[in-house]
Design a protein around this ligand. Structure first.
Ligand code: ZN
Length: 147
């Protein structure tokens, strides 16, 4: 067990039990929904973006502990962040979750999501909220389905 493994257990359970920033955000400027049919996870992301800054963010939905925790941690991380930084973060998190890049300590608490890269069936759970975020930012406003 390394530090990331311990944090993984603790943080995932904590956020799954008490999700942060859960609910709808109205009015919002951006919105998208993500579905992961494999696990039955559903995450809807609401953003209030003004002057290129994420002023507020909420999510709603239901799913497994990992999908809920990932969405909850995502909202905490991106609130107050400039949109270009959110896009960089998205790419880094996706690379880490899928195991294309190693656990990145500079991502702060999000580093625990690296834990799922060893469990291929859980990768979609962890990345679902981030895919929904990407769809919301692209202003397609669509439903993305994890494949
Ligand atoms: Zn799941």
């Amino acid at each position: 067990m390394n530090l990331a493994d311990d944090l993984y257990q603790e943080l995932i359970l904590d956020h799954a039990r008490m999700p942060r920033n859960k609910g709808e955000l109205n009015p919002h400027s951006h919105h998208a929904r993500g579905l992961n049919p494999l696990c039955g996870d559903e995450v809807e992301v609401f953003l209030d973006i003004r002057d290129d800054l994420v002023r507020d963010v909420r999510f709603k939905g239901h799913g497994c502990a990992i999908s809920t925790a990932s969405a909850s941690m995502m909202t905490q991380q991106i609130r107050g962040m400039p949109v270009h930084e959110v896009k960089t973060l998205l790419a880094r998190v996706n690379a880490m979750v899928t195991g294309r890049s190693p656990a990145d300590e500079s991502l702060g608490k999000l580093v625990v999501l690296a834990g799922v890269s060893r469990f291929p069936t859980r990768v979609k759970c962890a990345s679902l909220a981030w895919h929904a975020l990407a769809a919301a930012l692209s202003e397609s406003g669509e439903t993305v389905v994890a494949e």
